[in-house]
Design a protein around this ligand. Structure first.
Ligand code: ATP
Ligand code: MG
Length: 573
């Protein structure tokens, strides 16, 4: 079982061995790296931006390369500091401060990042929303959080139902709408131009809240997850050791700041480590992505399985048109990373893709393929030094290797959520087993301590008494040349309890026939196990996905059973 291994690449890690790091690591040592360790004055935005300018001499270093089809800019750390100071002053002028919720709802742009940092500098709680949200999704989140202000653009304004949001007093408009500003709307640019580039940062406590992020909605209604400044300890250290960030690195995290990855690893980890970060606006296109890597000479690239699968289906010829030899380190998060994708990455990038597992609720990476460790394709790696993760049963007993169970983490860790907004009962559910955080995912650990994701607890299929994780079946399916993507569910069956049903999207050029279906089923039977092969396969043009690119198995299941699909606010068009 799991004999495939990919050893460490020469030149990649400049790190201690995993075992040595685990044996000697202490979070308290990391705390000494922050200015608040001596001053007692905490603000994550200061540590990430201002400190690089004021204490580390990085003022003229590029912090952000922004590009979209219409705009290219290089923004230094000093400019990031001054622009976020200005926005902090704008907020103060309107009486917005500590603990209040200020949302951001706009496409990726420098203004988004300046606004975000400004919100944190006044001690308010930032609520980033993905630009593609429709009115209902925006209403739900703003109402739940009782947001007092929002930063947005004229194009998105009609999706903010002011009349339903009595708490919302200020709308900062980045750009002037046709017909001018409406009631409660303020001209972001004019306000910024008038504001001073200096500000007094609101100092606080490590436990002060800073970020309210809603989960992806893969399994149900999104939850408002509250994070605090203290998370910086983990963002910094995982940035250093898992992203392997080095001072001169150009780093590209492809996630939108509306999702946790786009904040923890799109803002905090790179800036706390003082590196240069690339943000690309606009839509996904394989050639543009490769061009971004080539043009900016990206060294470290953090993306998601859905993106890698799309790049893989776009074919190898496109990759060959670009010089991507600048890439040193590649990572993936958000969904299980199929072994086939890792093999493809080796072939076309000559690099390993390092899978890592974590959640909105964990705030930072928990389990990862540490850069100086062998990769076993299909495994999400091992717990970060300083973190104890385990597979436990429903009573909290740690299970021996190879037994499937609840993937759990010993609480606390630095970037752990502190609340589910206005939903204490939900929060308590995660901690219902004394001392543990229960992730809701199912996994097992092998004899060498590598963790293997199986599926969401509710997605694990029980067929003829065998427990089958949907991920293994999906991964085998996408190994077949005809299959671009696959989502697998358990379908109730009077005889077998459940049968395995696969929904697939075909790669271009393939026609769906009975022969092909039989061939694919045989392929899974031979490659995995007879009981794990789907009994039914249905072809769809596209699989239902969240806007962050995750396959929504609950929607497949609802379709299959003719049940209501539940909250679809985060589903792609
Ligand atoms: P919701 O909680 O609203 O249903 P979600 O769980 O998809 O949505 P996120 O917090 O964005 O919201 O995602 C965390 C989940 O993503 C994990 O619980 C896990 O199921 C999945 N995931 C993340 N990384 C990996 C990975 N490397 N391998 C397998 N699964 C992963
Ligand atoms: Mg979740």
């Amino acid at each position: 079982m799991h004999t495939e291994r990919i050893p460490v690449f020469p030149g990649n890690p400049n790190l201690k061995s995993y075992e040595e790091a685990r044996a000697t690591f202490r979070w308290e040592d990391v705390e000494r790296e922050f200015s608040w360790h001596t001053t007692g004055k905490v603000n994550i935005a200061y540590e990430a931006i201002d400190r690089n300018v004021l204490e580390k001499g990085l003022g003229d270093k590029v912090a952000l390369y922004y590009s979209d089809p219409a705009r290219q800019e290089a923004i230094t750390y000093r400019q990031m500091m001054e622009q976020s100071n200005r926005f902090a002053n704008v907020l103060r002028k309107h009486g917005i401060g500590k603990g209040e919720r200020v949302f951001i709802f706009m496409p990726r742009s420098p203004e988004l990042y300046w606004s975000f940092l400004g919100i944190i500098k006044v001690g308010a709680i930032a609520g980033p929303l993905f630009e593609a949200f429709m009115e209902g999704a925006v209403r739900d989140r703003l109402a739940d959080a009782e947001a007092v202000a929002i930063v947005t653009t004229p194009a998105l304004r009609k999706r903010i139902p002011k009349e339903d949001l009595p708490h919302l007093k200020h709308i900062f408009m980045v750009g002037i709408p046709e017909g001018g500003l409406g009631e409660g709307e303020l001209d972001w640019h004019a306000e910024m131009a008038e504001a001073s580039p200096e500000t007094d940062i609101e100092w606080g406590d490590r436990e002060d809240p800073m970020l309210l992020l809603y989960t992806s909605g893969s399994t149900g209604k999104p939850k408002g997850v509250l994070h605090v400044h203290n998370g910086m300890i983990q963002h910094y250290q995982t940035g250093k050791w898992i992203l392997d960030l080095r001072p001169d690195d150009i780093y590209w995290c492809t996630a939108d700041p509306g999702w946790v990855t786009g904040i923890s690893y799109g803002v905090w980890a790179p800036y706390l480590n003082g590196v240069t970060s690339v943000v690309r606006g606009g839509r996904f296109r394989p050639d543009d992505w490769y061009k971004t890597i080539q043009d900016y000479q990206v060294n470290v690239w953090y993306s998601a399985p859905t993106a890698f699968r799309m790049l893989m289906s776009a074919g190898d010829d496109i990759v060959k048109q670009f010089d991507l030899s600048c890439l040193r380190h590649i990572l993936s998060v958000g969904e299980p990373l199929n072994p086939e994708v890792i093999r493809w990455g080796l072939k076309v990038f000559n690099r390993r893709i390092h899978d890592n597992w974590w959640m909105t609720e964990t705030g930072g990476q928990i389990i990862s393929n540490y850069p100086c460790m062998d990769i076993k394709p299909g495994s999400m790696g091992k717990p970060f030094p300083g973190i104890h993760a385990a597979i436990i049963d429903d009573k909290g007993n740690e299970l021996p290797p190879l037994q499937m169970g609840n993937l759990a983490v010993k609480a606390p860790w630095p970037s752990m959520m502190r609340k589910i907004w206005k939903n204490e009962a939900k929060y308590n559910e995660y901690f219902k087993i004394e001392g543990w955080y229960i992730s809701g995912d199912s996994a097992y650990m092998d004899e060498e301590g590598y963790f293997w994701f199986q599926g969401r607890i509710d997605d694990v299929i029980n067929t003829s008494g065998e427990r089958v994780g949907p991920f293994e079946v999906e991964s085998k399916l996408v190994e077949h040349p005809a299959v671009a993507e696959a989502g697998v569910i358990g379908k109730p069956d009077p005889l077998r309890g459940e049968i395995i049903k696969a929904f697939i999207a075909l790669r271009e050029g393939y026609l769906w026939t009975e022969e092909l279906k039989k061939e694919i089923i045989d392929f899974v039977k031979k490659g995995l196990a007879a009981h794990a092969a789907p009994r039914e396969i249905e072809v769809r043009d596209k699989l239902p996905k969240t806007r962050s690119g995750k396959i929504m198995r609950r929607v497949l299941k609802a379709w299959e059973l003719g049940l209501p699909t539940g909250d679809l606010s985060t589903m792609e068009d």
